[in-house]
Design a binder for this molecule. Structure first.
Ligand SMILES: *[C@@H]1O[C@H](CO)[C@@H](O)[C@H](O)[C@H]1NC(C)=O
Ligand SMILES: *[C@@H]1O[C@H](CO)[C@@H](O)[C@H](O)[C@H]1NC(C)=O
Ligand SMILES: *[C@@H]1O[C@H](CO)[C@@H](O)[C@H](O)[C@H]1NC(C)=O
Ligand SMILES: *[C@@H]1O[C@H](CO)[C@@H](O)[C@H](O)[C@H]1NC(C)=O
Ligand SMILES: *[C@@H]1O[C@H](CO)[C@@H](O)[C@H](O)[C@H]1NC(C)=O
Ligand SMILES: *[C@@H]1O[C@H](CO)[C@@H](O)[C@H](O)[C@H]1NC(C)=O
Ligand SMILES: *[C@@H]1O[C@H](CO)[C@@H](O)[C@H](O)[C@H]1NC(C)=O
Ligand SMILES: *[C@@H]1O[C@H](CO)[C@@H](O)[C@H](O)[C@H]1NC(C)=O
Ligand SMILES: *[C@@H]1O[C@H](CO)[C@@H](O)[C@H](O)[C@H]1NC(C)=O
Ligand SMILES: *[C@@H]1O[C@H](CO)[C@@H](O)[C@H](O)[C@H]1NC(C)=O
Ligand SMILES: *[C@@H]1O[C@H](CO)[C@@H](O)[C@H](O)[C@H]1NC(C)=O
Length: 780
């Protein structure tokens, strides 16, 4: 031990201080000694280190030749100048003091003054009060690194540094998510697709899970009772060696790695990578930022921008690429296509969901369709499928192996529109075709179209089936329909999971829903009551319909039980209740922005059923009670018990009345054929209810306010919209838009109601909203 000490003391080139206890009145400066406070062994130091053109305060491993920074105070603040001092002042506050005593900035947010501080050999810098109680410690505020004995607790986050020599926040996070999974996500979040690029596969395996690094170099997850639920590295670990230090760092490239530092000789104290969960650097979503794309060259991930784009910041490519020209907005200038051309990128694809797609197009048609469509910024083509995209494009990747057949066309601006009139090659007929959406397309085709040959496709499947339902996927599956696997449960299993159907969550069409739990994951179990023959058919319907659908705004079916007379459906559990609870409770309503977002969630869910599924589905029972809120407050449509599945080519159906009073469209009562527009009507009712936070019919209200839609229409005509919303300040033009959409949806004549696609576009502000006509629904 003495020799180790001796060796380590040799490293003490910069600082003479070896004190274990830092007393009040101690101070550091960036260049004159002391510049840092060392840990007893001298392996770690706390103090000033050079960063950019100045200095930062942090903790580092005293490796040679370069320091290994493991923590930085105020990492996003600009570096400080050479005449700054760091003091533990006589009253016990740890402060940065600028030139001439100015610019006092605390390093810790301890609530009371300290009486001493220590830099520990673990790499933890601690402030103590006079009773030796810890007031503050750097281990509680990790930046991009955790050290041996420093748990990454639930909801704690590691954020990568911008680069190896810039320790401000970069592009990636590693989060200990509730409940129980460690996930890697890029800082650029997209709302269109999930962006988790790595997870520990422990969702639902307990609360308060922490990631830990052992002194033997093992990385493992503990649940809140200290139980080891997973070893990320192999369970054996390395032989204990006091000369070796380990750390886990989320590197600037988004991959977290286990490093070791061997202090037995000077030169080998440079880091060695022992383990990393990701080998393929291009698998890190967001590595190349928005619009950029990644190419794997041997083992190096390399970022590029598509034609017509430049890096926003070439030094920090995770910030993505921006256009080298500006485009006028489409609404104002519909015919802007003159002056643009399409550049192609072979074997390159992005992971966005398209805003519009076509089956059976040729490559040239796909390119032209995008060129002539003002909203189209890029088109992904493969195997006859043309996916039209808006910006920004996310998570692009070029495959060098040549196995991908996806070609991406990018719209680029030419210098002077007048120079290239020949670009306008489309005929009007062509143009119209571009807007038509071919329905009845397999969702699978859609997915395959956008991700064909894309190995990340695996990842999407991975996230849908593994991440959330890993516990279930470990069980034997049965295949209900090709490509979709649902778990089959026995009645006894579900009886146990729901504790004999103890906790009722609500009643749906033909059944009661109960709360249950399966290996720490909550579930919702719908028991279909009194299964007579026609119910049997409903059961089959519901299963067939929803087994195939995957959309973030639809509640997901996880499995079923078909056990003699017992018919049950097992769903993901929605922890935040129904929309009805949320908007109709008297105490507090979701705020305006929240309500707008919920409306859009619902519209997207319905749009999916109407236009994006293999089988067109009319839900038939859209109402706030059937819209559930998940843990992240996303709205999801549930209860498909009344849903009507349309045959291919079928657009209307005659059927007995389905739905709930107050929400059903008038055509149900008139023996008219039913189309998807019946759902649009119900959506309109729900929209007005969400906006105004009250029920469509409220008998206690003043006479002219009893029927919400009538009242809305009258206020709309009179220009007194703010009467409708009591509480908060809202964006009146947005309020007007929302109400107009609601009034359009509630038109008596089905053909006047917009399609859900149009509704989504109106909500997104992509298309203008005309003034709704005098409504036949206004009671006379
Ligand atoms: C470090 O990166 C951030 C952005 O990530 C940038 O704003 C800052 O200027 C960089 N600092 C230096 C010293 O380069
Ligand atoms: C040490 O840092 C310098 C500049 O900061 C860099 O050029 C050099 O490659 C680094 N050395 C090692 C071994 O990382
Ligand atoms: C220490 O810093 C605190 C906070 O800025 C200040 O209130 C206090 O007066 C300082 N004490 C001394 C002795 O300078
Ligand atoms: C210090 O900041 C953290 C969050 O950064 C917060 O959770 C904690 O309560 C703060 N402590 C005090 C004493 O303010
Ligand atoms: C921790 O994990 C163990 C083993 O899986 C389990 O028995 C225990 O109940 C878990 N603790 C909690 C609180 O989940
Ligand atoms: C998680 O930890 C917090 C704080 O330590 C505690 O209040 C909470 O009860 C824990 N949750 C569970 C499920 O153990
Ligand atoms: C992880 O490894 C440790 C040590 O080998 C072992 O005790 C533990 O059971 C392992 N945990 C799991 C979940 O396999
Ligand atoms: C993991 O296991 C392999 C062989 O199974 C062994 O070679 C390796 O050293 C182990 N790693 C650790 C960290 O123990
Ligand atoms: C550390 O380095 C020394 C000298 O290079 C070497 O003998 C020893 O095996 C190394 N230890 C580890 C655990 O790598
Ligand atoms: C470490 O480096 C110092 C100075 O460069 C040198 O004096 C010392 O001998 C080295 N120690 C070892 C173990 O190589
Ligand atoms: C923009 O990029 C395109 C394609 O790379 C190029 O032809 C054009 O000259 C660039 N324009 C400007 C203004 O840099």
């Amino acid at each position: 031990m003495a020799t180790i000490f001796a060796i380590l003391l040799c490293f003490s080139a910069f600082s003479l201080a070896t004190a274990q206890q830092i007393t009040l009145g101690s101070a550091l400066s960036p260049t004159t000694n002391p510049t840092s406070w060392l840990s007893p062994s001298g392996r770690f130091a706390f103090g000033f280190y050079p960063e950019g053109s100045g200095f930062a305060v942090g903790i580092w491993l005293r490796t040679i030749p370069n320091k290994t920074i493991v923590w930085t105070a105020h990492r996003n603040d600009p570096p400080v100048s050479i005449d700054t001092r760091l003091v533990l002042n006589n009253s016990g506050w740890l402060l940065l003091i600028g030139p001439a005593g100015a610019q006092v900035k605390p390093i810790s947010n301890a609530s009371e003054p300290a009486s001493s501080a220590s830099m520990h050999d673990s790499g933890n810098f601690v402030l103590y009060n006079s009773n030796s109680r810890i007031l503050w410690q750097s281990f509680d505020y990790p930046t991009d690194t955790i050290l041996v004995g420093q748990p990454l607790k639930v909801d704690a986050v590691l954020i990568s540094s911008a680069s190896s020599f810039n320790h401000s926040t970069g592009g990636f996070t590693l989060v200990m998510h509730f409940p129980g999974a460690l996930v890697n996500v890029p800082i650029i979040r997209t709302n269109t697709i999930d962006d988790i690029y790595w997870d520990s596969g422990t969702t639902g395996q307990g609360y308060n899970v922490s990631m830990n690094l052992g002194d033997d170099g093992r990385i493992y997850l503990l649940n809140n009772t200290g139980f080891n639920i997973k070893n990320l590295t192999n369970g054996t670990g390395y032989p204990l060696n006091p000369l070796v230090t380990y750390r886990v760092t989320l590197d600037a490239d988004g991959i977290f790695r286990l490093y070791s530092h061997n202090f037995s000789s000077n030169s080998s104290s440079t880091p060695t990578v022992l383990w990393a969960p990701i080998i393929d650097g291009c698998r890190v979503y967001g590595l190349c930022g928005l619009n950029g794309f990644c190419t794997l060259m041997d083992t190096e991930a390399d970022c590029s921008c598509p034609p017509g784009f430049n890096f926003v910041d070439p030094d920090y490519q995770f910030r993505g690429c921006g256009r080298n020209f500006t485009r006028p907005s489409c609404a104002r200038n519909k015919k802007e296509n003159i002056g643009y051309s399409m550049e192609s990128l072979e074997n390159t694809a992005w992971l966005n969901e398209p805003y519009e797609f076509h089956l059976s197009m040729t490559k040239d048609e796909c390119r032209d369709s995008c060129l002539q469509d003002c909203y189209c910024e890029a088109a992904l083509y493969s195997d006859g499928i043309c996916n039209k995209q808006k910006l920004p494009l996310s998570f692009g990747r070029r495959s060098v192996s040549g196995t991908t057949a996806t070609t991406t066309f990018i719209k680029v601006g030419s210098v002077n529109p007048a120079d290239e009139p020949s670009i306008w090659t489309g005929t009007p007929a062509n143009r119209r075709r571009g807007v038509r959406i071919e329905i009845l397309i397999a969702c699978i085709a859609l997915a395959a179209g956008s991700f064909i040959g894309f190995e990340i496709f695996y990842f999407l499947v991975y996230r849908r089936h593994r991440l959330r339902y890993e516990a279930i996927n470990n069980q034997p599956n049965i295949s209900l329909t090709e490509g979709i696997s649902l778990r089959s449960f026995s009645f006894v299993e579900l009886e146990k999971a729901t504790k004999c159907f103890k906790e009722e969550l609500g009643k749906g069409a033909f059944g009661t829903v109960f709360k249950g739990s399966l290996s720490n994951t909550f579930i919702a179990v719908k028991r279909l009551d009194n299964m007579v023959e026609e119910r049997e058919r409903e059961f089959q319907t519901e299963m067939r319909a929803i087994a195939r659908i995957h959309h973030k705004n639809l509640v997901r079916l996880m499995g079923f039980c078909d056990d003699g007379s017992h018919k049950l459906l097992v769903y993901e559990y929605m922890s935040n209740g129904s929309l009805a609870d949320l908007i109709f409770r008297p105490e507090s309503h979701p705020n305006w922005d929240e309500r707008v977002r919920i409306t859009l969630d619902i519209a997207r869910g319905i749009l999916y059923l109407h236009e994006e599924c293999e089988t067109q589905i009319i839900h038939c029972d859209i109402k706030p009670q059937n819209i559930l809120m998940d843990a992240s407050h996303s709205a999801k449509l549930s209860d498909f018990g009344l849903a009507k599945l349309m045959k291919p080519d079928q657009t209307k159906t005659f059927t007995g009345i389905r739905g709930t009073r107050g929400y059903v469209a008038p055509e149900w009562h008139r023996n008219m054929p039913i189309t998807v527009k019946a759902d649009v009507y119900s959506f309109g009712v729900v929209l007005l209810e969400i906006i105004c936070c009250r029920k469509n019919v409220e008998r206690e209200a003043p006479e002219n306010e009893i029927i919400l839609s009538d009242w809305v229409y009258n206020c709309f005509k009179a220009g007194e919209l703010t009467k409708l919303i009591s509480e908060e300040e809202v964006d009146v033009s947005m309020l007007e838009k929302m109400l107009m959409i609601g009034l359009w949806c509630m038109q008596d004549e089905p053909s006047l109601r917009p399609s859900m696609k149009k509704v989504v576009q109106m909500l997104e502000g992509i298309v203008d909203i005309p003034v709704p006509p005098i409504n036949s629904f206004v009671s006379s």
